[in-house]
Design a protein around this ligand. Structure first.
Ligand SMILES: C[S@@+](CC[C@H](N)C(=O)[O-])C[C@H]1O[C@@H](n2cnc3c(N)ncnc32)[C@H](O)[C@@H]1O
Length: 319
């Protein structure tokens, strides 16, 4: 299958998953196919990403930025805009364990991408044992080759709906901007509940369509094992992060300019990058040139996910 075909199959699958009434979007065979497509998309992303790239829309909150800069002096001066890291910081900060108290505790990130976000957390909460899991073999190979550090930080390939860990093994599970691609949300949440130790925490951050939010809300009451203790709509902070990232002259645009893209393709790359990094959610509009390319069929007509909000939920595993 060609790359554009894989991307349009992925987009269609995402739209279906996030428009489904119940927790389970597909039959078993369609679900396997969707996961193959997802894995191919992120394998391609891993091949085209630079060291240090983190694959989320990010957020901007000046208080969070200040706290990170205090913990890691000089943070933000060396090849990062710090926007994606803020989501990671927010996910772990919501867990009521002091950053200095992670020695001997295990943190699992499900859907860790190329592992850079988890690497960042391993520096903030030193002494912990951090494991990242992702469906994309290429992302995991890359994370292992470039970031892993023995028991402190390791990466494994696997499926969020079938976690390769024993019951009650993990102190904290985090999940950032990944679960909207899982065909069966209930199955993922049951797996999280199974691998958590009693009293362990689950910190979950993701985009939500109105339907998917309804599904999560009804699952909260149905699934045994997890008590939901916190919910925050992060949409304003996420939109602020996206706008900062996509502003003219930003770190993001400087990095894009370093890539050798032919002049005619530059507006397309700029547009696609804006869309991938949440531009539509933050109000980005198609330019006349992009509209024309769509009309001519050079760009796919593309149905974007109708994101209603970007949210943070925290649950604790019942003792
Ligand atoms: C938008 S990226 C976010 C990555 C990372 N959490 C971050 O914030 O940069 C979504 C990630 O979820 C992973 N993913 C999608 N479906 C998955 C599944 N069923 N099991 C594990 N990982 C999955 C993808 O391969 C991808 O790396």
């Amino acid at each position: 299958m060609t790359a554009p075909k894989i991307f349009s199959e992925f987009t269609e699958g995402l739209n279906e998953i996030n428009a489904t009434e119940g927790s389970r979007a597909f039959s078993d065979s369609r679900s396997v196919r969707m996961k193959d497509t997802t894995s191919s998309v992120y394998d391609m992303a891993a091949a085209g990403s630079a060291k240090g790239d983190i694959w989320n829309w990010g957020m901007y909150d000046p208080v969070v930025a200040k706290e990170i800069a205090e913990l890691i002096p000089g943070f933000g001066e060396f090849d990062t805009d710090g926007i994606s890291e803020q989501l990671y910081y927010t996910a772990l900060k919501a867990v009521p364990i002091e950053f200095g108290d992670y020695a001997g505790r295990s943190v699992l990130e499900v859907g860790c991408g190329m592992g850079e976000g988890l690497n960042f957390l391993s520096r903030i909460a030193g002494g912990g044992e951090f494991t990242g899991l992702d469906l994309s073999p290429r992302a995991i190979e890359r994370a292992t080759a470039t970031l892993s550090r023995g028991r402190t930080l390791r990466y494994v390939q696997g499926d969020a709906e079938e976690l390769p860990f024993g019951d009650g093994e993990v102190d904290v599970v985090i999940n950032i901007e990944s679960s909207h691609t899982y065909p069966d949300l209930a199955r993922f949440l049951s797996e999280v509940s199974r691998v958590l130790k009693p009293g362990g925490y689950f910190s979950h951050i993701d985009v939500f369509t109105a339907k998917r939010l309804e599904v999560l809300r009804s699952l909260k009451g149905e699934l045994p094992g997890l008590d939901w203790v916190h919910e925050q709509d992060l949409s304003p902070q996420v939109k602020a992060g996206i706008r900062r990232r996509l502003a003219p002259g930003s770190h993001f645009h400087r990095k894009l300019a370093e890539k050798r893209v032919p002049a005619l393709a530059r507006p397309i790359v700029k547009h696609s990058s804006a869309v991938i990094f949440g531009g539509v959610f933050a109000g980005h509009q198609d330019t006349a040139y992009i509209k024309l390319l769509r009309k001519l069929g050079v760009l796919p007509s593309g149905r974007h996910l109708e994101v209603e909000s970007y949210r943070h939920h925290v649950a604790v595993k019942r003792a």
